[in-house]
Each structure stands twice: as structure tokens, then as C-alpha cells.
Design a protein around this ligand. Sequence first.
Ligand code: PLP
Length: 224
Amino acid sequence: MPSIKENLRHVTALLPQGVRLVAVSKFHPVEELSAAYEAGQRLFGENRAQELVAKAPLLPKDIRWHFIGHLQKNKVRAIMPHVTVIESVDSVELLRLIEKEAARIDRIVDVLLQLHVAQEETKSGFSIEEVLEAGEAGQLTENLPHVHVCGVMAMASLTDDMEQVAQEFDLVRRTYITLKDGCFDESEYFNELSMGMSDDWRVAVKYGATLVRIGTAIFGPRKY
Ligand SMILES: *Cc1c(COP(=O)(O)O)cnc(C)c1O
């Protein structure tokens, strides 16, 4: 089996300039994250608050943690000191709470707006309609001095049908552009398109991903 280091080399060598890798380390022990760190990886993604809070203090301080899972309101305070980017903001209410908690510890936090484009109902995120409405109402830009809204994140449907996946990534890209031109035209931060996982990142890159979130192809299968 190839090592974590070899997997990282393989993936990063294939990423075009300007596309960054978030190594999704959920369910993997800190030893495996350390191996990735020693190979030069600095962006890591976790999807459970408790796991992020447990792992972060055990690893080097220059790791930048991306939170990529559904974030419960009562967990925002716990992750706030550790996280660099919250990629999974799926409601205006959550965005406001993040603002409040960031202000509380006097920091600014980067966030992405998660869009729901997949067929599975279980996945979270703003619907396209909802996010555009919130944007028009000023709810994504006003009164958020401790939050930088840096772009959008999405997951495609879990399917082998790469045509379907491509259509979904294209919808994410078009929505990103609509938001950027419509309500973030004065923002210097709104530049990120986080999409693509182990099985579909090549498609995501074709549709303009700037961040890909890859777990299995780096760390191997997760042991739940
Ligand atoms: C787990 C997860 C990933 C990585 O999935 P892999 O298929 O293991 O690459 C990416 N994004 C999110 C939001 C995830 O929860």
C-alpha cells in the first residue's frame, strides 16, 4: 500500500497551480496527520467539532484547520479558537452566531457558504434560491465585522455518473459567480470555490475549484 506521503505527492502533483489541498483527516489518528504534516501538508479538514478540538492541541500550531461538517450551534464556541476556515456555513442564523463567537474572542474567522446541490436530502447547505435571497437582503455581507465570507463550498451527489457531478459543480460555479458579481463585488476575500473529494476532484478542478477536500485518497479508508 502506498504511504500517506506518497499519496500526498501523487495528488498534489496533479493539482493545477492555484488549487490547494485540504487533507480530510476525520476518523484518522494524529499519527497519520503527523505523517502528512511531515510531508509538508498544512491544511487539514475535520467534520466533527469534538474531534477537531481533541486533535488540534496535539499537533503543530501552524496547521490550518478547516471545519467541513455540519456545525451545531452549541459547538461554535468550542471550535472557534482552533479553526481557520469554517467551510460549512449553511444558514444565516449560523453565520450570525459565528460572528458573535468570533467577536467574543476578538478574532476574525474565514467562512465559506455551503451550497446544497446534491440529490441526497441528508446533505446540508443553502439551496441556491436561499443563498441568492440572503445575498440580496444583505444578510451575507452586513454587520459581520469578525467574519470574512471567502466563497462557497459544496459536495456533489454520491454517484458514478460524472455527467451529473459535472452539472452540479457547474451550478456551484455559476452561483459563486452570481454572488461574487452581485453582493461580494467589493469584497477582496470572496475568491474560493471548495469542491471535489477523492472520487470527483478531477471534475471539480475542471469547473474552477480552488480548494479540494480529499480524505480517502490520502489516508486510506476510514475506520468508523
Ligand atoms: C469526508 C469529507 C470529504 C472527503 O471525502 P473523501 O471521499 O474521503 O475524499 C470531503 N468533504 C466533506 C465535506 C467531507 O465530509
